[in-house]
Design a protein around this ligand. Structure first.
Ligand code: BGC
Length: 513
């Protein structure tokens, strides 16, 4: 029987500390780093369906869609250049998070956030003023570089700053701002697409400078995390900061552990190669699988292509964009539920409940689409109630994702890595997330064309697999101080064989091979 939950041994510590206003404000500002990511996710799908945008940059796509009277609705929007526009950003993000991992380790989390904000700002301006395809592409690459930096640093920053009892809630601020970014972007697309003259897409794309400026300025005023100061040898400064953050004077225990973690970390010359050591097997496994699974839930099919999908099931242009706004609202609301519950109910409960709910709703969507569209993709006239049922099912699915895999896909990796591999492992997480986001963005429309309603079963299958994986292999991490996390692996039925520790259950900090 797999060990469920955690048993903390003697090494368990209770660090004193309150949820101070200072730490709350700091985390809110840092979490805004998620806005740029969300804004982009929400904006690109809508922009690529704007006719004026297609005419200007992808005339062949525009012509094809106008003249395409094919009755097979499954294949209507299958176009490689357009999907490349959306997905190219994720390749850039993938490359930059490797560089970001060095910057984050050597110069602190703040500098990574700052670089992310500046790069994203430059990309947004280039896109907003684009007059040629190359400007669009270079702009997207800059946006991607920016996202690589912020997604690398923000989750780590939040997990290090937060008092461990509130770490889940504060960290999910990142996901909350992703969802707010997505929502704001879909509302803006709705209005900008109506601007006479068809130049509204410039506002949509250029509007990304606003969230970019927020995180750029934010990163300048944010303090560095004590963990990161210690990592760079600034002990006194770190101690003063820790007192201020925690709102108490006796921070010695926590300081001791942070310093021990940092010493272990200094012995590691090659954090990347280090990751391959046997004792980091559980961390590496999670760094790879959690973000990949997060994308294999199929969420970005909805996030990128909701307007397209809703048009396919018979909504007009406006109704399709409006329904995307509705799913966006559900996404934000359910993330708030997660903030409320993550440190109370734990990560495992949310993962498992969310998984079950996604599985059921995906099978229901597949059945609903299969029933009307069949295999030839020709549904005839679709009644209104039908479209409403599909939107409802999709909302149930989005809610499940938004309180489980959405936030936890970023939270859990950021809290389980020991300091010595934290930056490197986080960049594995970001890379895997970006690779799978790229693949799904790129092949979804093609898959829809070939797999038809079976596509939803395909994702449902992965949801089943990942839920079993969580049940068997992921220990509960709620309420465990971040530098004490090794406990959790040591007491796990499977992972305990990989990690070492002394007889008290404390990690052998100095022992690095
Ligand atoms: C994921 C994104 C997704 C978003 C939806 C994030 O956690 O990484 O890929 O689009 O959630 O809210």
């Amino acid at each position: 029987m797999p060990a469920v939950g955690i048993v903390i041994g003697d090494g368990n510590r209770e660090y004193p500390g309150k949820l101070t206003l200072y730490v709350t404000m700091t985390c809110i500002v840092a979490a805004m780093g998620g806005l740029i990511f969300g804004y982009d996710i929400g904006i690109s799908g809508g922009v690529t369906t704007m006719e004026s945008f297609q005419k200007e940059f992808f005339p062949s796509v525009y012509e094809k869609q106008k003249n395409d009277h094919e009755s097979n609705k499954y294949c209507k929007f299958d176009s490689i250049p357009l999907t490349l526009f959306t997905s190219s950003l994720y390749l850039a993000a993938l490359c930059s998070c490797v560089v970001a991992s060095y910057v984050t380790r050597a110069f602190g989390r703040k500098l990574s956030m700052l670089l992310g904000g500046v790069l994203f700002c430059a990309g947004a301006l280039l896109n907003g003023f684009a007059t040629a395809v190359w400007m669009l592409i270079v702009g997207r690459l800059l946006l991607g570089f920016g996202i690589g930096f912020t997604n690398q640093s923000v989750p780590l920053y939040l997990s290090e700053m937060a008092p461990y009892k509130y770490r889940g809630a504060l960290n999910i601020g990142f996901q909350l701002s992703i969802t707010i970014g997505i929502l704001v972007a879909s509302v803006l697309n709705f209005f900008f697409s109506k601007i006479p003259g068809g130049w509204g897409w410039r506002l949509s794309l250029g509007g990304a400078v606003v969230p970019a400026l927020i995180i750029t300025v934010g990163s300048l005023i944010l303090p560095d995390t004590p963990n990161s100061m210690i990592e760079r040898g600034r002990f006194k400064q770190a101690e003063t900061k820790l007192r201020k953050i925690r709102g108490v004077d006796n921070v010695e225990d926590e300081m001791d552990d942070l310093i021990a973690a940092s010493e272990a970390s200094k012995l590691v010359e090659h954090p990347w190669r280090n990751l391959l050591q046997r004792k980091y097997r559980p961390h590496l496994t999670m760094a790879i699988l959690i973000p990949s699974f997060q994308q294999l839930t199929g969420i970005n099919v909805i996030m990128f292509y909701a307007p397209v999908l809703f048009q396919t099931i018979g909504f007009g242009n406006d109704a399709a964009l409006m329904s995307a706004v509705v799913t966006g609202l559900v996404n934000v609301g359910a993330t708030v539920v997660s903030i409320y519950g993550v440190d109370k109910w734990g990560r495992r409960f949310l993962f498992l409940e969310g998984g079950l709910q996604m599985l059921i709703s995906q099978v229901a969507v597949a059945a609903a689409i299969g029933a009307k569209f069949g295999v030839d993709g020709n549904p005839g006239v679709l009644p209104k109630w039908y479209a409403i049922v599909v939107v409802l099912l999709i909302c149930i699915y989005v809610a499940a994702f938004a309180w489980s895999w959405g936030p936890l896909g970023w939270l859990v990796p950021s809290e389980i890595f020991p300091l010595e591999i934290r930056s490197a492992a986080q960049s594995v997480t970001v890379s895997m997330n970006m690779i799978f986001t790229f693949i799904i963005a790129q092949v979804f429309l093609m898959m829809l064309c070939h797999m038809k309603f079976g596509l939803f079963i395909f994702f449902a299958f992965f949801v089943a697999v990942m839920s079993v994986f969580i049940y068997v292999f992921l220990p509960e991490t709620r309420g465990v101080p971040i530098e004490e996390m090794n406990q959790v692996w040591r007491s796990h039925w499977y992972w305990s064989r990989f990690v070492d520790g002394d007889e008290n259950g404390r990690v052998e900090m100095g022992k690095v091979h």
